[in-house]
Design a protein around this ligand. Sequence first.
Ligand code: GCB
Length: 624
Amino acid sequence: MTRFSIIAGRSLLCRIVFGSLTCCAVVLPGLAQGPAKTLLVGVDRRSVTSLNGDWHYLVDQPPAKGLYTAAGKVRDNGYGLNTHPNINSGPHNEEYDFATAPTLKVPGDWNTQDPTLFRYEGVVWYERDFDFQPVPNTRAYLHIGAANYKSFVWVNQKRICDHEGGFTPFDCEVTSALKPGANFVVIAVDSTREVDGIPSVGIDWFNYGGLTRDVSLVTLPTRFIDDYDIHLKHESTFSSSNANTLAGYVHVEGAAEGTAVTLRIPEAGVNTTLKTDADGRASFEVKAANLQLWSPETPKLYKVELVSGDDRLADDIGFRDIRVDGTRILLNGKSIFLQGANAHAEAPYRTGRACTDEDVKNIFAFLKDLNANFVRLAHYPHDERMERTADREGIMVWSEIPLWQHISFEKPEVYAKATYMLNEMIRRDRNKASVIFWSVSNETPNNPARTQFLTNLANEARRLDPTRLVTSALIGPHVKGNEAVQDDPLADALDVVGQNEYIGWYERRPEDADNVKWTLPNKPILISEFGAEAKQGVHGGIDQRWAEEQQVNVYEHQFVMINKIPQVRGLVPWVLMDFRSPTRNIPKLQDGFNRKGLISEDGKKKQAFFLFQKTYKERSVGKE
Ligand code: GCB
């Protein structure tokens, strides 16, 4: 049960969680200061003022006195005011100055840009000057693609908004804070890991901090299209001859009831005018002519034009049907087998958080070369360019929120955080045909509090988007004798079950996999992680740890095992490319990298890459 209440200009989203009422503040569009959320969908389709580029930065080492008071509250008189020290005269005042500070590139993590910040986890302040000419009858939003992990935003000395979560966008209204001519924005980003954060403190990837994705200023008419969902109607049964009804909604922020919204998809013969309801939402169902459905073989995208009043937006959207039938996964009514890889948002060649066109191009070049039709974007939402490219290239996507291993599952406030992160992920990417799975978690401990939390979250994902499949990657069971029985009750809440296992690396010997007998839920199963480490360029026998040959050997035995599990509908080895992880500390072998990649971080393919390339080409493992 969810209800809204307005308290002092903020809204509280209240929900019964595990029998008790919990509330979390959410920002109502247009209200400044307070927690911000993903508001604007399709920002990359709008003409915006980019604030990417050089930002001045200052490091505010723990206890971060520029940001926090001794009691841990955000200071009113901290660096956010961007005042300057009296250098030459008057009493000495400030101990910081952005004007003369060095710069970091945005988007980008700080760790790989300033060697002194390589291992730094804490607060870094960013400042940027920009010119702006307000246009009458418009509203302006600061759009931040992602900032890891907490952000605090000021514009022209006015505290604007906060955000928690390192991998989803947020929008803060800045209309009344902007002035004609010179303006400035200050953002404090705190990458400190927290026990009650999502993810929590223990992670097996690099905690890159900073403004890691595009930042822009979006100027919109007073009434504007903030959100839309345009998809093939999810009928109770799929029939290709009837797959021509499009459904969804367009939401117009600030719209009075009855505001007109035009939806045009010229190539599909759609040209219709809708009317918003009292909440600004115009729901629709409309027949399209001759729809060519999206699939990896034909990744067809339609130009979709939305117009309401002075606002217009054009997106490229594909239409397809994804569902489960027994233990099969059906795409447009046809059984599919997913062949792909796990990928972290680690930039190939240069390392660092992937955030540019070039990074995304390089990752997709690897996937295409591998003959992949699928990618699991681990363990958090990646840059939106990834889904855009997947849409164009015909690669299906698993998208996940960072509920990784140990999370404070017993705390209602953590559940509230998880729901808004899920919401932000779905809101950003629900119009991407490539995304077929929403994953609620990875490798969480099997206990009642966890199961209740994730079951609720899986249901929430279904409520937000009934057109996609809900999954999670489970860990365990350990093999006993030759038996592995997966009886995690979380499986009941999922449409598709991800099974992670490391037989041949963390347990048993590679050849033991040949004889393991799996008992798995009677649902489609993805082998969502399996693999072994190898250092590119190290060669030796099949039993020699860290040799490329040994990694191949692990996979060959895995293939024998996987071929015997009838309900396996896909595989994603861990992992496409070696990625930084500070927990991997074997000198000369790991050197701070998880080496389970099929490719090294500098783009060199290991032998296992070619094994998968051939296996996927020949489709020799698994059945549709
Ligand atoms: C896992 C985790 C993944 C790790 C991987 C490993 O089970 O899901 O995040 O990186 O194992 O290499 O240990």
